[in-house]
Design a protein around this ligand. Structure first.
Ligand code: CU
Length: 709
């Protein structure tokens, strides 16, 4: 699928990988030490340690969980390694698949593909970087790749797909069937068995196939009882591939991005894991190229069991279709969401379209810090026995190639064919407003530990637990100067705003390679020039992805008002959800910086705007509900991520909404009934915070409190 708009020159990671690892001895170096002590003399000690520690972790898991099959599996891998060492082949490297080239043969409406399940060594980062033994798919006669070979056929195609199980386990292979389909429709393969599936393609959509091991072993689940992706062991997470059914004659000039996870030791102190997009992890993910004014069509396929709120910097995108892996729902234009963040749940996919309207460097990433910060791992992953406090002050300055990020991040460079067009776009308006925002340490308060936060000149009286609403006006060119009074570097991202790349706040990347945004060193300042093109609810937050800065309170609501509109906190209510510390096992959710917000009084008969923001580090699902006497109240949806909803979307609905990290929602709440309402934010990671709201009749004794913030 070599795209017209995306230049593959830097993107063909798979090709780079092949060049870097053509020498089979390389794979032997990685594997030999665990398999044959005697032939290790020429091996590198670091690799020996690395593989030994992986082996030790498998052993420890076996001891603790009675996981005999895992040990057997690794022994099998060792055997393969021995046999490969004995031959010239070696254990194959598993190459990164950029999903541009469909596999198989399509002849006279019949698609034929011979797949294999193989063991090999995966390099999620540099070709000579970390080496992880994993299982993956291969097309027969080719190297194994991850994600697996791309199945892509037009609607109406008949598919003949065989799978040969070359693993030392029985396996279940899912998803090789007609769509819409059923998760219960899968095939089981014994050792060395080959089976073929024959079926019509079915309805167009973005789907995937995947495998897991099984078969009579004590620790392997029985597929009959649980055929879900969620039940797959995380160290099998690379046995997945994309399955696209195109509409007849549709444009196949799009890109497919598969999110995968490999991990082991979940909920133990040995936890280790890595997330990847198309088989690579930032900063080694594909660097995309897009052309100014030429739409991009992407398909996001999440074969992990986790939710990933995918956020595009600088641009809105339309969500064209969503699927649960078995059934796709394609939106008609009036239904399409216009968003900057779309959460994709485990085993789900979505299709998106966006228009590169401004040149420069941008990123598309998962907004969960655990999934975008490389070395940082939330204590949640280790369980109660794990590290109680992770490295909260990472020194990103030490590794500029990572730009403070890791794992689920892709870089995008938008270039212009016509420089005049760019010049016209950035013609400066006169400066009409100025803001001064100070990043400043804040002492501990009764419920909130000390940490860095913001002081906004002219608005703040003190450094509060989170930044105050930063209010600017649509169409007004505004200079926001960030003064860094911390002892560490920072950078601020204006989340959701359609601005120039240089002011987007991704240090060492945003802007252009010749003129990249700096991080703001201690004592330094940086001015972002912003002319917001639309009114709505946005976020400002640290993007020098330091978990201490984010949980300390370096975030706030960024409100863009219409010209001549005044911000009225009496009727315009901002609810910002964060975490009061770096440890989700211990630190609570906070609402506007407080775990115990005081009573809010509203007037019956008055219309309010509720603005919700989730800017927690890792709480991918925060269920937000407004309850009166055990029943949800009603509110009307107004906007998502700052973009006003189309009339068919702006419905009156039950006041229950999941808000993911990096999402904003506006609702209109017009209570008619007095009573005690509970506005509760509950994270699936644990912890909840409730804002009690008393709705009182106008003229009652308490109505005076409704005029207060
Ligand atoms: Cu994620």
């Amino acid at each position: 699928m070599a795209g017209q708009t995306l230049d593959g020159s830097e993107g063909s990671q798979g090709t780079t990988e092949i060049k870097g690892h053509a020498d089979p001895a390389c794979a032997c170096v990685q594997v030999a030490p665990i398999t044959l002590q005697g032939c290790g003399e020429h091996k590198m000690k670091t690799d020996r340690r690395k593989i030994r520690s992986q082996f030790a972790q498998r052993e420890s898991r076996t001891r603790h969980g009675g996981l005999l099959a895992r040990c057997a599996g690794f022994a099998a891998l060792c055997l393969v390694a021995i046999s490969c060492l004995a031959s010239d082949g070696g254990v194959p490297n598993i190459l990164a698949n950029n999903n541009r080239m469909p596999a198989g043969q399509l002849n006279s409406g019949v698609f034929t593909l011979h797949l294999e399940l193989r063991e090999g060594i995966w390099h999620p980062e540099a070709g000579d970087g970390r080496a992880i033994p994993v299982y993956s798919f291969a097309e027969e006669g080719h190297d194994p790749i991850t994600p697996g070979p791309l199945i892509r056929v037009p609607r109406g195609t008949e598919l003949h797909i065989s799978v040969h199980n070359r693993l030392r386990f029985a396996v279940a292979v899912h998803g090789l069937h007609q769509h819409p389909g059923s998760a219960a429709d899968y095939m089981e393969l014994a050792l060395d068995e080959t089976k073929e599936a024959r079926f019509p393609a079915g309805e167009p959509g973005s789907y995937f196939y995947w495998a897991s091991t099984l078969g009579g072993k004590a620790d392997r689940r029985s597929p009959a009882s649980d055929a879900s992706l969620e039940a797959r062991h995380l160290d099998e997470g690379l046995m997945s591939g994309t399955f696209i059914v195109d509409k007849q004659g549709s444009n196949t000039n799009d890109r497919i991005f598969v999110i995968q996870v490999w991990a082991k030791g979940l909920f133990t102190s040995n936890f280790v894991g890595i997330l990847s997009i198309n088989g690579k992890s930032w900063p080694y993910t594909e660097r995309l190229r897009a052309r100014l004014g030429q739409p991009e069509h992407w398909r996001i396929v999440n074969v992990t069991p986790f939710v990933h709120p995918m956020h595009l910097h600088g641009f809105y995108f339309y969500v064209d279709a969503v699927s649960d892996g078995e059934t796709e729902h394609s939106y008609i234009p009036a239904e399409r969401r216009m968003v900057v963040t779309e959460p994709v749940h485990g085993g789900h996919t979505f299709d998106m379209t966006w228009l590169p309207e401004r040149v420069g460097n941008w990123i598309f990433h998962c907004h969960i810090l655990d999934h975008m910060m490389g070395d940082y791992k939330s204590p949640v992953l280790y369980g109660p026995d794990g590290p109680s406090l992770i490295s909260a002050t990472m020194r990103h300055e030490d590794d500029p190639t990572r730009m403070g990020m890791g794992e689920l991040v892709m870089g995008i460079t938008v270039n212009a064919d016509n420089a005049h067009l760019v010049a016209a776009k950035v013609a400066a308006l006169p400066l009409v407003a100025e803001r001064h925002l100070y990043a400043r340490e804040r002492p501990a308060s009764p419920y909130v530990p000390a940490g860095p936060s913001f002081f906004l000149e002219g608005v703040s009286k003190d450094v509060e637990p989170i930044g105050p609403p930063l209010v600017i006006t649509r169409g007004e060119r505004t200079a926001i100067t960030v003064h860094n009074e911390l002892k560490e570097a920072t950078a601020i991202h204006w989340h959701g705003l359609e601005i120039e790349s240089y002011y987007d706040g991704v240090p060492l990347w945003a802007g252009t390679s010749q003129h990249a945004t700096p991080y703001i060193a201690p004592g330094d300042s940086f001015t972002a020039f912003i002319t917001p093109p639309r009114a709505g609810t946005f976020i400002y937050h640290t993007h020098w992805n330091d978990v201490r800065q984010l949980t300390g309170g370096m975030y706030g609501a960024l409100l863009v008002l219409e010209p001549r509109q005044k911000y009225d906190p009496v009727t315009d209510k901002v609810f910002v959800i964060g975490r009061a510390g770096v440890n989700e096992m211990r630190d609570p959710l906070v609402l506007n910086g407080s775990p115990q917000p005081g009573l809010m009084v509203l007037l019956a008969g008055q219309t309010y705007c509720f603005r919700f923001i989730n800017i927690t580090p890792n709480d991918g699902t925060v269920r937000t509900s407004l309850i009166l006497e055990d029943h949800p109240a009603k509110w009307r949806a107004l906007a998502k991520d700052g973009a006003v909803l189309s009339p068919p979307q702006a419905t009156l609905q039950d006041a229950v909404k999941d808000v993911s990290v990096g999402e904003t929602y506006d609702f209109e709440f017009a209570p008619t009934e007095p009573g005690d309402y509970a506005l509760t934010f509950r994270s699936l990671l644990g912890s909840e915070v409730t804002q009690m709201i008393a709705v009182v009749p106008p003229g009652s004794a308490f109505s005076v409190y409704a005029s207060k913030r």
